[in-house]
Design a protein around this ligand. Structure first.
Ligand code: UD1
Ligand code: CA
Length: 462
């Protein structure tokens, strides 16, 4: 929309969070609050987005993906929402059309509602249009005071702290989301005073100012009040996270994913999962993870930023971060796949196996107790229990290469850099310091010695 400008208020200290971190960097479904709101703003394709930030401006800038359409202005000190909007004026000099104001602490607002807001605002030619909601529990919000003498038009907004007990009973609340005609806006905002319970410049006071001067103020009442829930405290953060999680779970279930217990499946908003995949209770699927169809993810698994193919089984209590698992592979229980672990088709990673920057080729198995780091392992390799790739020599990480069909006996140490040729065998308990040729056998232990009667002799000494 070419004459649309969006301002996002994000400068408040968030005192009620009791946090060293700015409120709007707290996460809902894996993304900072501010990022949710910026994504909604972007979807409107506005001419500009101005973010009003406060004392931790740098941290907020770092938290967002770079965008040339995004301008940050600093509000210092923070004297209230009206003062915050005035601060954004430096970036909107001479702008015309519509200004949409969003709060960075209201993350669930949908693009649809914003479109409805802008359409209503422009079609009525109002000076201001306010998104409101009728809620069961209006505590903490500004209340919408309507005027019976003017056909129940909005007369003003009163903040909870300034409201009479009668006004506190009003269940229609201010969402803090508005559309304004830019014409005359900043002059009117400048006339807002700070004589109120908090000594702040309240933007909602603009409603009474406009109404008294005969300008039109419209409202849009959202049908789903969850959309405009603001986050001021940690319990509100948790409540909003629950809403997002349930919505995500419902979408996935509608698309064919079985979620045995949606209340305990923690799935971030950007995750994708194919049909007929089954999620057991208590799974954590985070970040930009994709999971194919027909998979089964068991309780206690945590999967972050990873790509998982079709028909993969992840057994209980695996931790999988920035890894890839190809179709028909199985992992766990109790496996740890770290960055760039790459489990190929049909491979098996068993319990207490850790992989990092390592390929386990198609059909290969590492069934128990192994560390595979900086390794390239071919197809149909058997990695015995207790195998360790000794990749670190104290200064550098070195590679291990294992050819197709090789067999690594249990309790072997492969001191990298080292290559095991195709089809080679490594005897159990071997310390490999040199390359093993294809088809060869490597053993490093000396000949076994038995000392007969040793136990009895030892006892008799005492
Ligand atoms: C505000 C509204 C209230 C509404 C509620 C909806 C005011 C005075 N009240 O109350 O009517 O029901 O939102 O969620 O506007 N901010 C700044 N600079 C400041 C102060 C605030 O940028 O000086 C930002 C905050 O970071 C936040 C937003 O503005 O993103 C709202 O401020 P907040 O203090 O949370 O207002 P509420 O008390 O929730
Ligand atoms: Ca708020």
């Amino acid at each position: 929309m070419s004459d649309l400008h969006i301002v996002v208020l994000a400068a408040g200290k968030g005192t009620r969070m009791n946090s060293a971190q700015p409120k709007v960097l707290h996460r809902v479904a894996g993304r900072p609050l501010l990022e949710h709101v910026i994504a909604t703003a972007r979807a409107m394709a506005p001419r500009s987005i101005t973010v009003v930030v406060g004392h931790q401006a740098e941290a907020l800038k770092q938290a967002l993906p770079p965008d040339s359409n995004l301008t940050f202005v600093v509000q210092e000190p923070q004297l209230g929402t009206a003062h915050a909007l005035l601060t954004s004026g430096t970036n909107l000099e001479g702008a015309q059309g519509t200004l949409v104001l969003l709060s960075a602490d209201v993350p669930l607002l949908s693009t649809n509602t914003l479109k409805t807001l802008v359409n209503r605002h422009t079609s009525t030619g109002a000076a201001a249009t306010i998104v409101t909601a009728v809620v069961d529990d209006p505590r903490g919000y500004g209340r919408i005071v309507r005027d019976p003498s003017s056909g129940e038009q909005i007369a003003r907004i009163v903040e909870e702290k300034d409201a009479t007990s009668r006004e506190r009973e009003i269940r229609e609340i201010n969402s803090g989301i508005y559309a304004f005609a830019l014409e005359g806006l900043f002059d009117a905002v400048r006339s807002i005073a700070s004589e109120n319970a908090q000594g702040e410049y309240y933007l909602p006071d603009l409603v009474a100012i406009y109404r008294q001067s005969g300008r039109t103020v419209e409202t849009v009442i959202v049908s789903n009040p969850d959309e405009i829930r603001g986050i001021n405290s940690r319990s509100e953060l948790a409540a909003v996270s629950t809403i997002v999680r349930h919505k995500k779970a419902a979408e996935l279930m509608a698309s064919g994913v079985t979620i045995e217990d949606p209340a305990t499946a923690y799935i971030d908003s950007e995750v994708t999962i194919g049909a007929d995949t089954i999620l057991h209770p208590g799974v954590y699927i985070e970040g930009r993870t994709t999971i194919g169809s027909g998979c089964e993810i068991h309780s206690g698994a945590r999967i972050v930023d990873s790509q998982i193919g079709d028909r993969v089984k992840v057994f209980n209590h695996c931790v999988i971060e920035s890894a890839r698992i190809a179709a028909d592979a199985t992992v766990g229980p109790f496996a740890h796949l770290r960055k760039d672990a790459d489990v190929r088709e049909g491979a098996r990673v068993g319990n207490f196996v850790e992989m990092k920057n390592a390929v386990l080729g198609p059909g290969s198995k590492a069934s128990h107790l192994a560390y595979l780091g900086d390794a390239t392992i071919g197809a149909k390799v058997n990695i015995g229990a207790g195998t360790i790739t000794c990749n670190f020599d104290g200064t550098t990480k070195n590679p291990t290469v294992i050819g197709d069909g090789a067999f690594i006996g249990s309790d072997s140490q492969l001191i990298a850099p080292v290559t095991i040729g195709e089809g080679a065998y490594v005897g159990s308990g071997t310390t490999i310091r040199e390359n093993v040729p294809a088809g060869g056998l490597a053993v490093s232990a000396g000949k076994q010695r038995n000392i007969e009667g040793w136990v009895d002799k030892k006892k008799n000494k005492k």
